[in-house]
Design a protein around this ligand. Structure first.
Ligand SMILES: *[C@@H]1O[C@H](CO)[C@@H](O)[C@H](O)[C@H]1NC(C)=O
Ligand SMILES: *[C@@H]1O[C@H](CO)[C@@H](O)[C@H](O)[C@H]1NC(C)=O
Ligand SMILES: *[C@@H]1O[C@H](CO)[C@@H](O)[C@H](O)[C@H]1NC(C)=O
Ligand SMILES: *[C@@H]1O[C@H](CO)[C@@H](O)[C@H](O)[C@H]1NC(C)=O
Ligand SMILES: *[C@@H]1O[C@H](CO)[C@@H](O)[C@H](O)[C@H]1NC(C)=O
Length: 222
């Protein structure tokens, strides 16, 4: 009996030892799935964030060409009510009654075929509100001449050799491209303990005063 117990113990020890020695190289497994891009996506922008705050980027690592959003868990707003409608109208929204197990139950959605336009507008407002505030926008400013005005005509089509990667292990987004023959590298990260991003832009165009940053803050008029 004792022998059998010992041999069982020995076997399980051996099994344990063999499994713990086979460690997974998590970094290399995770890094295999790093997303890469060579063009902006308006529906699924590349993002950095921390779970409460997310910064969506176009193919410049910022929001140069697309108004990608900066959203948070703490910034919310209501849109205006539909034209001619007030809070009372919203509160009077009734939805539809449907038979459920032999009794009428009120549901907060409409009978799409039978609902009046008024009720549909109110329903749409209730579906869409409150919603997250887009906290701002920041991007690269390509200057028309050294220290001159921003050249609004520059588009994504003017960039060459675009490579954008999100390193899933470190959370750093790295974007590089060429503009008029000069390299530009943008590194974008998000703090994990506060809702702040860090951006590093490297390019000979900065010393030539042909590249800058623009920042638009959200209008806090909600
Ligand atoms: C961009 O990436 C797509 C696939 O994601 C690929 O088909 C295409 O050839 C790439 N274009 C360039 C210019 O590298
Ligand atoms: C949005 O409107 C509803 C109804 O008036 C109100 O209860 C809610 O606090 C509002 N939310 C925000 C973020 O303004
Ligand atoms: C939805 O509206 C249509 C047209 O008014 C009506 O025939 C139908 O019975 C309604 N359905 C419900 C579930 O109320
Ligand atoms: C941008 O395009 C407009 C219209 O074609 C042109 O008038 C303007 O000079 C251009 N600006 C620059 C900086 O090239
Ligand atoms: C520009 O970037 C490319 C690709 O990353 C690199 O091979 C090249 O050496 C860079 N050129 C300069 C002048 O830094």
């Amino acid at each position: 009996m004792l022998y059998r117990f010992l041999s069982l113990l020995l076997t399980s020890t051996l099994v344990c030892t063999s499994t713990t020695s086979a460690t997974i190289d998590r970094k290399s497994v995770v890094s295999r799935f790093n997303p890469t891009r060579n063009a902006s996506s308006s529906s699924t922008p590349m993002q950095v964030g921390n779970g409460n705050f997310a910064f969506g980027a176009d193919v410049t690592g910022l929001q140069t060409f697309l108004p990608c959003a900066i959203l948070s868990s703490w910034g919310w707003k209501n849109d205006s009510f539909p034209p001619g409608k007030s809070l009372e109208d919203v509160l009077s929204y009734e939805g539809v009654q449907l038979l459920n197990h032999g009794r009428e139950v009120q549901y907060e959605f409409l009978n799409a075929t039978g609902a009046s336009e008024d009720q549909q507008e109110l329903q749409q407002w209730l579906i869409s509100n409150p919603n997250r505030v887009n906290l701002g926008r920041t991007g690269l400013a390509f200057l028309a001449s050294p220290g001159g005005k921003v050249n609004e005509n520059v588009t994504e089509g003017n960039l060459e050799d675009i490579v954008q990667t999100l390193d899933l292990w470190t959370g750093q987004m790295t974007t590089s491209f060429k503009f008029e023959g000069s390299n530009v590298t943008v590194r974008t990260v998000c703090a994990q303990d506060s809702d702040v991003i860090g951006v590093q832009v490297q390019s000979p165009l900065i010393a030539q005063k042909r590249l800058g940053l623009f920042v638009h803050c959200c209008q806090l008029s909600y």
